[in-house]
Design a protein around this ligand. Structure first.
Ligand SMILES: Nc1ncnc2c1ncn2[C@@H]1O[C@H](COP(=O)(O)OP(=O)(O)OP(=O)(O)O)[C@@H](O)[C@H]1O
Length: 311
């Protein structure tokens, strides 16, 4: 059985356009499927939990495909983990402005290739599911979760009218860059301490951000962790601290190629868990979706994985 969860509003309406193409291909092929359209933030979470529960009756496996951006995918994974999802395989048609999950796994982006991967997959890969736990809440992620400057960028991009305008011009990724530059001027680095794998303790007096990554990319193609593997049951960490703003500006373009790690002040680690304590509450994101602010965050591998269809 094929299920589709569609966020028609992803990339400012691009999701609906892409779905209409996908729908036409599926009908032409005579495929039977059930569709659910998201109507509000958090709806994909509820729909995914409902599908997991409903489709588990009878014990047959099914394919749940997401038509949306990384944010929609994040909601879907958070819905699935609330139920037994062992019978579910994930298909994906990326229609967001960042699409870092598809980039990280090397998934197709062209709609007919995505449908091909869903209907006649040549391979399937298990993908790790990470977990972010703050004092107030917890959330799972597929791409990344982070605290500090990068989370502030996500938070501001989400509510920016610039995103809609840029998406219309097919320049959605530029929104992240422009907001990153604006925020850099205002950002006040602060002291944090962190504990890696309950063992190694590190202190930074001028901290910008930490990104805990399942895949190599976040922020629409920024290669924060060039060596991250999405199925190694580990979390790759990129940390920027003890850096001046001019240096951040200089290394920013190099991060698209994963060369920022050559700069002193940028550190990468691989771990099972990372606890972060900040002197002041800092913004947190999960797959680009804002998780509010916290002064204590735990990023860890959850031990859960989900199979994803490949072309
Ligand atoms: N019907 C809807 N109307 C408005 N917002 C919605 C609707 N359905 C889902 N959403 C919200 O849209 C947000 C953005 O979705 P998503 O991340 O998939 O696309 P995007 O922001 O265009 O892409 P990206 O995250 O790659 O930049 C999510 O926070 C989701 O909760």
């Amino acid at each position: 059985m094929y299920y589709f969860i569609i966020n028609p509003h992803s990339r400012s309406g691009h999701g609906l356009e892409v779905w209409q193409k996908a729908d036409a291909i599926l009908q032409e092929k005579g495929v039977e499927y059930t569709t659910y359209f998201t109507e509000y933030t958090g709806h994909a979470d509820r729909i995914a939990a409902h599908i997991a529960e409903q489709s588990s009756v009878g014990g047959t496996s099914c394919t749940l495909s997401v038509v949306g951006g990384d944010g929609t995918l994040n909601e879907v994974i958070n819905g699935l983990v609330k139920k037994d999802f062992s019978h579910i395989t994930l298909g994906y048609i990326p229609t967001g402005s960042g699409n870092d999950f598809a980039r990280g796994l090397g998934l197709p982006t062209e709609v007919s290739a995505c449908i091909e991967a869903i209907l006649s997959p040549k391979a399937c890969t298990l993908t790790d599911i990470g977990m972010a736990v703050s004092k107030e809440t917890s959330r799972y992620f597929l791409v990344s979760s982070g605290i500090g400057y990068d989370a502030d960028i996500c938070r501001k991009v989400m509510v920016s009218p610039l995103k809609k305008a840029m998406n219309k011009l097919h320049l959605g990724k530029l929104t992240y860059v422009l907001i990153a530059l604006k925020l850099l001027i205002q950002y006040r680095p602060c002291p944090v301490s962190m504990r890696l794998d309950r063992d190694k303790v590190l202190h930074f007096s001028r901290f910008f951000f930490i990104a805990g990554m399942n895949t190599k990319y976040e922020g629409g193609g920024v290669k924060f962790c060039p060596d991250a593997q999405f199925n190694d049951r580990k979390l790759d960490i990129c940390l920027a601290g003890e850096l001046g703003k001019c240096k951040i500006l200089a290394l920013f373009p190099t991060a698209f190629f994963g060369k920022h790690t050559w700069f002193s002040g940028v550190k990468t680690y691989r771990c099972d868990s990372l606890e972060i304590h900040s002197r002041v509450p800092l913004p947190v994101h999960c797959d680009g979706e804002s998780m509010g602010e916290t002064d204590r965050l735990l990023l860890r591998v959850s031990g859960k994985q989900i199979p994803v269809l490949l072309r």
